[in-house]
Write a protein that binds this ligand. Structure first.
Ligand code: NAP
Length: 248
């Protein structure tokens, strides 16, 4: 069954990893997909073609989610190209890990801008459209680290926890217009972001997860389909942990 037939979605940071997985699964469920990237033009072109072959409308946009003006411009362009916007997935994110003692001001600011300010930029830019049409689903990609903290990731944890407070506030502000805002907190999902980690450390993590494996982009994408679709019509302001039981 195609759960997103005819809906238009924007996904930030979809040239690889979780965002790419969401774009693919959304397209398989019949959604038209606008997606962004920051520098991977070739990967974006490839994904655009791959999605179009599934028979939906797809387009990649180079757009820095951390930049307020670029986010406004992006929404304007997507609006023109697709007509309406039903789903926004704020997925773009980066890490710049270090113990606080060694964390520079620049690395703190950069992570907050890309991970958290981007959510403000995109939500503000899309809200007029969603308010007018009186429906919308916004999905924000936080992290298990935003829920419980992590040594060496104070900047990342702050950005991901900030997304939760922002999302709950949007659920309260926009609920009366049938705009739902929910958060996904992925655990350990095996992508390029985590590919940088030491294999021994990764093996230890897998062992500590109740389901005994790292997650896949599809695990997250399937939860996004649920939150984007009408199956979750009565769910807003929630944080869903998709982590193999890590936080249990
Ligand atoms: P990834 O493989 O590093 O991919 C990140 C994506 O974001 C890329 O498409 C990248 O585009 C894009 N991006 C980076 N900065 C951007 C910017 N300023 N504007 C627009 N796009 C930008 O990461 P991932 O593992 O898929 O993670 C995706 C999201 O899930 C992130 O928010 C991350 O924090 C969260 N998350 C991941 C895990 C995990 O275990 N992997 C766990 C919890 C939460 P380019 O290719 O052009 O650079």
């Amino acid at each position: 069954m195609k759960l997103l037939e005819g809906k238009n979605a924007i996904i930030t940071g979809a040239s690889r990893g979780i965002g790419k997985g969401i774009a693919e699964v959304f397209a398989k469920h019949g959604a038209n997909v606008a997606f962004t990237y920051s520098s991977s033009a070739e990967a974006a072109n490839q994904l655009e073609k791959e999605l179009q072959e599934l028979g939906i409308k797809a387009k990649g946009y180079k757009s820095d989610a951390a930049d307020f003006k670029q986010a406004e411009e992006l929404i304007k362009n997507v609006q023109q190209d697709f007509g309406s916007i039903d789903i926004l997935v704020n997925n773009a994110g980066i890490t710049k890990d270090n113990l606080l003692m060694r964390m520079s001001e620049e690395d703190f600011d950069k992570v907050i801008e890309v991970n958290l300010k981007s959510v403000f930029n995109m939500t503000k830019a899309v809200q007029r459209t969603m308010l007018k049409q009186r429906h919308g689903s916004i999905i924000n990609m936080s992290s298990v680290v935003g829920v419980k903290g992590n040594a060496g990731q104070a900047n990342y944890a702050a950005s991901k926890a900030g997304m939760i407070g922002f999302s709950k506030s949007m659920a309260l502000e926009l609920g009366s217009r049938n705009i739902r805002t929910n958060v996904i907190a992925p655990g350990f999902i095996e992508t390029e972001m985590t590919g940088k980690l030491d294999e021994k450390v990764v093996e230890g993590w897998r062992e500590a997860i109740p389901l005994k494996r790292g997650g896949t982009p599809e695990d997250i994408a399937n939860t996004c389909v649920f939150l984007a679709s009408d199956l979750s019509a009565y769910i807003t302001g929630q944080v869903i942990n998709v982590d193999g039981g890590m936080l249990t």
